[in-house]
Write a protein that binds this ligand. Sequence first.
Ligand SMILES: [Zn+2]
Ligand SMILES: [Zn+2]
Length: 269
Amino acid sequence: MLIDFHTHTDASADGECSMQALAEAAHARGAFAVAVTDHCEIAELNGRWGEEGTRRSWQAYQALAAAQGTERDGFHLLFGIELGGANADFAAADALLGRYPFDFVIGSMHNLKGRRDFYYLDYAKEDANALFSQYLTQVEALIQWGNFDTLGHLTYPLRYITGENGIPIDWGYHMPQLRRLLGALARSGRALELNTAGQRKPYGALLRDDLVLREFARQGGEYVTIGSDSHTAQDVCAGIPEAMALLRECGFGRVTYYVARRPQQLPLL
Ligand SMILES: [Zn+2]
Ligand SMILES: [Zn+2]
């Protein structure tokens, strides 16, 4: 059964499809459950990347629920959020999460605290391994805070460091920290996300998600969510069967989804 727990609509500043179009595309593909997870960056709460996206997303979800319902022929549309950079202000993040009835919360980090998105950095002028280490340290703080359901695209900086700039990461150096982080995530009972967007980028690959997943399994991690990170209706559920195959290869038998912020397990295809 297809499942996609990371999707964006035009309520996100960079999303391109209406919620209705997303729901129709997912239903047409025979998906079982999709969560809409529009962006909200805590460091930019009052701007267009902030709560405005959440408000618009919730309004569109309610309108769709009123017009045709959010369940149809065994397909379920759930209401979530991609909460970016909660470490900018954990109290503000907690307050935001209390204002909407989320089914599902992705905790993501697109930038180091006080810095721009990894997308914008000039890697010719940066020490990529130092950046990645700082990133892991800040993700550890996010896990300690813990008000999220799945840890979004842990390998996000690698899209730019390795994917676009070809800079290798020194895994030997980072492994002890990565192990500690994944151990803490596993013990917290929260999920790790496998995000398939890398396959649709020019470099066309997932960047060491296999290594991260295998280590999470070794550390006793039980819950894994999968998401396309689609920003168009066309990309909804993209790469999900391949992601499920990778999950199985890495030692998982089930994929996790969330309703009212409670984990539910679905056997892999
Ligand atoms: Zn993201
Ligand atoms: Zn996203």
